[in-house]
Design a protein around this ligand. Structure first.
Ligand SMILES: NC(=O)c1ccc[n+]([C@@H]2O[C@H](COP(=O)([O-])OP(=O)(O)OC[C@H]3O[C@@H](n4cnc5c(N)ncnc54)[C@H](OP(=O)(O)O)[C@@H]3O)[C@@H](O)[C@H]2O)c1
Length: 278
């Protein structure tokens, strides 16, 4: 079919059923929405910001380093995405408050929170992990996800509703060797999603979670740069390759659209086919 013939049949279909065309466009659109994405100057967070921005949202990107924020803002602007940026270490209360205040001052409200930040300061037998390691991992990966949610909910309520998406991991279902405390923190996010969903549904706020498999980012480079590990991993994968950040960003954005209007308290695993169950 030539391009012109294809276009003609699309227009004919829309003429016959204009409501269908309108519905599918508006339900996937995030025009007029304001989205905070934490840890969004690289990897999955940046891809989520791109996916939300391409659907029309104004995205607020942040991370610890100003140089990274500047680079991400410039990249998103070059893609015609409406974007504001600031530094924010999610582990610090004053930074979280600054991020929310700046968003309200500059964008007028908050509709979406993607809580994406995580750290892993420890690799080894879980029995060798210290109290400091646990404090750091739980503070950044779990507590700050909840505290960010608590900060934004009153502002979502003022807009009549909203969406929260947490970023967990395949390791939240089956802990990976050497990454025990990190994986436990990712399991906690599955629980946090379920704990928040019924309470926030009363305010028309949906709470969901995405659990990525191994995705090609700086964070996981020790995994995908090791050929032996990749060969081993491929045995568990149905899709025999490492995932790309965009393949997570799109799912996060979908969860924030009206197309997902009946999904809450859910975790979507995006793993290339690795079986996930608790
Ligand atoms: N990649 C994977 O295979 C994989 C798999 C499952 C789950 N995940 C999860 O996906 C999320 C993102 O990981 P990624 O792979 O996309 O990482 P990444 O590519 O290394 O990017 C990490 C981002 O986080 C920022 N950051 C780090 N610590 C921060 C903090 N305390 N506060 C605010 N920003 C911070 C970094 O910028 P600055 O350095 O400027 O702060 C950067 O923008 C994490 O929750 C991770 O657990 C990743």
């Amino acid at each position: 079919m030539t391009c012109r013939v294809m276009l003609r049949s699309v227009f004919r279909c829309l003429r016959i059923n204009p409501v269908a065309g309108h519905r599918s466009m508006s339900q996937s659109s995030l025009a007029g929405k304001v989205a905070i994405v934490t840890a969004s100057t690289d990897g999955i967070g940046l891809a989520a910001a791109q996916a939300l921005g391409k659907r029309g949202a104004h995205v607020v990107v942040s991370s610890r380093r100003q140089a990274n924020v500047d680079k991400a803002v410039a990249l998103l602007q070059s893609q015609s995405i409406q974007v504001t940026g600031t530094t924010c270490n999610v582990g610090k209360g004053e930074d979280r408050e600054k991020l929310v205040k700046m968003t309200l001052d500059q964008c007028g409200g908050i509709d979406i929170l993607v809580s994406n930040a995580a750290v892993n300061p420890f690799f080894g037998s879980i029995m060798d992990s210290t109290e400091e390691v646990w404090d750091k991992i739980l503070d950044v990966n779990v507590k700050s996800a909840f505290l960010m949610t608590k900060l934004v909910v009153p502002h979502m309520e003022k807009r009549g509703g909203g969406n929260v998406v947490f970023v967990s991991s395949v390791g939240g279902y089956q802990p990976m060797q050497g990454l025990g405390p990190y994986c436990v923190s990712k399991t906690a996010l599955l629980g946090l999603t379920r704990a928040l969903a019924p309470d926030l549904a009363q305010s028309n706020i949906r709470v969901n979670c995405v659990a990525p498999g191994v995705i090609k980012t700086r964070f996981s480079s020790a995994l995908w740069q090791n050929e032996d590990l990749v060969d081993e991993l491929k045995k568990q994968l149905s899709i025999k390759r490492i995932g790309e950040p965009e393949e997570i960003g799109g799912v996060i954005a979908f969860l924030c659209t009206e197309e997902a209007s009946y999904i809450t308290g859910e975790t979507i695993t995006v793993t290339g086919g690795i079986g996930c169950r608790l």
